[in-house]
Each structure stands twice: as structure tokens, then as C-alpha cells.
Design a protein around this ligand. Structure first.
Ligand SMILES: O=C(CO)[C@H](O)[C@H](O)COP(=O)(O)O
Length: 230
């Protein structure tokens, strides 16, 4: 599986040109991309990156990839990131690694977003992977009640679990928030559900990435498939 992730990352690297401003994703697949990009930079390629998490920032610094922020530049040419699920419309579930907020800010500031993944991430409908929702701890029960209402209106339901870290404590995001993983099963209309979650005050962001990915690179046993958004 790791070899497939690296293959997808290598394919995405073919889209990187000298002088590009890049969003750098988070997770085990994006980690391969940052590694490979670091090799290009060491060989003389000139790019600048905006990392989507502290983990990626540390990795990119180790790889000596020049970094900047969205306070200094206003647009990115390309973001390359992983995903937990990708559907046929290239809508995504992201946030398995807990970086969904910065990932969405960076993707939204990018002209293009290439999603890199092994083929197990390709799904008919989003939702088997629990939907990460980043929330403010204050008033959590009220937020969860509003989320349950949004889920019901969106035709889904399921358990909401506050994410814990490996140490057993509540997982805290880079932004200081918590994550609720919503076990919804199958989301028939992901754009509609995204629209229902957006206005909830205690919801900082959710892991439905609608209309952001322009390309998906899927690596499988039979080879690499590149799927462009229609
Ligand atoms: O959204 C993410 C992090 O917030 C990741 O991109 C997603 O979880 C996929 O990770 P991996 O490449 O390790 O399977």
C-alpha cells in the first residue's frame, strides 16, 4: 500500500513546474509527495510551499523546501494532498489526519488541487469513512444537537464520536479545536450535507471537500489512473 501511495505522489510531481507556489498536504500519502519534492528542490528546482499542518511544516523544513504563508502570497498554483475517500465527482472526505481546516483553506486558495491516493480510497458514495467535523469545545452538546439536525435534514444519521489521540486524551487540532467523527454510513448528497453543516456556529469546518479537487491520481495494482473533474 505504501508503494502505491508513493507511485501516486510521483505521478503528481510530474505536474510541478519550476517557480510554482504549492500547497503541501498532510497524511501518509502527502508525506511521500513532500519527500519527492524535497529531492527535486535539492536538485535545483525552485518552488515555494504552504504546509497544511505542523507535521508537514516540520517535514518540509527538514527537506529544505522553502515555505511561505497565505498572508504573504494570495494564490497557489497547485495543492497536492491525500484524501480518505474520493467519489466520481471528485468530492472528498478529508480529515482522517486531523488537518482538514488548514487543508481546506489551502485547497480553496489553489488554482488546482491534485488528490493522490491508493485505489482503496475510490468510492461510489462518500460516508463509509467517518466524517471528521472540527468543532469548538465550548457548547459542544449544543453543536452536536445542531449537527444531528443537519444530518437528519441531509438524510443521514449515525454515532458522533469525539476523536481521541493515541495517548487516550482528546485529540486537539493545530488550530486548538476538537474533532467529532460522524459515522454516517452512506452520504447520498454530499454537497447538500456540506451546505447544512456550514452555518452551524460551533462547527469550525468539516471534512467534505466539495468542488475543490480538480484531478485525482489513483494508484492500484493495475497501474495509475488519472481522473479529471468533469
Ligand atoms: O485529510 C487528511 C489529513 O487531514 C489526509 O489527507 C487523509 O487522512 C489521507 O491520509 P493518508 O494519506 O494517510 O491515507
Amino acid at each position: 500500500m505504501d508503494a502505491l501511495k508513493r507511485q501516486a505522489a510521483a505521478k503528481a510531481l510530474e505536474h510541478v513546474r519550476d517557480g510554482m507556489q504549492l500547497g503541501l498536504g498532510t497524511g501518509s500519502t502527502a508525506k511521500h509527495f513532500v519527500d519527492l519534492l524535497g529531492e527535486k528542490v535539492a536538485a535545483g528546482m525552485k518552488v515555494v510551499g504552504v504546509p497544511t499542518s505542523e507535521a508537514t511544516r516540520i517535514q518540509a523544513e527538514q527537506c529544505r523546501i522553502p515555505l511561505t504563508t497565505l498572508d504573504v502570497i494570495d494564490r497557489l498554483d497547485l495543492t497536492v494532498d491525500g484524501a480518505d475517500e474520493v467519489d466520481g465527482a471528485l468530492n472528498l472526505i478529508k480529515g482522517g489526519g486531523g488537518a482538514l481546516l488548514r487543508e481546506k483553506i489551502v485547497a480553496a486558495a489553489s488554482d488546482r488541487m491534485i488528490v493522490i491516493a491508493d485505489e482503496t480510497k475510490w468510492v461510489d458514495a462518500l460516508g463509509r469513512f467517518p466524517l471528521p467535523v472540527e468543532v469548538i469545545p465550548f457548547g459542544l452538546a449544543a453543536t452536536q444537537r445542531m449537527m444531528a439536525k443537519a444530518f437528519a435534514e441531509g438524510g443521514v444519521s449515525g454515532q458522533m464520536v469525539i476523536r481521541k489521540g493515541k495517548d487516550g486524551h482528546v485529540f486537539v487540532t493545530d488550530g486548538g479545536h476538537w474533532i467529532i467523527d460522524a459515522h454516517l454510513g452512506r452520504i447520498a448528497d454530499a454537497p447538500r450535507l456540506a451546505g447544512l453543516l456550514n452555518p452551524i456556529p460551533g462547527v469550525v469546518e468539516h471534512g467534505l471537500f466539495i468542488g475543490l479537487a480538480t484531478t485525482t491520481v489513483l494508484a492500484g495494482a493495475q497501474g495509475i489512473r488519472v481522473i479529471e473533474r468533469r
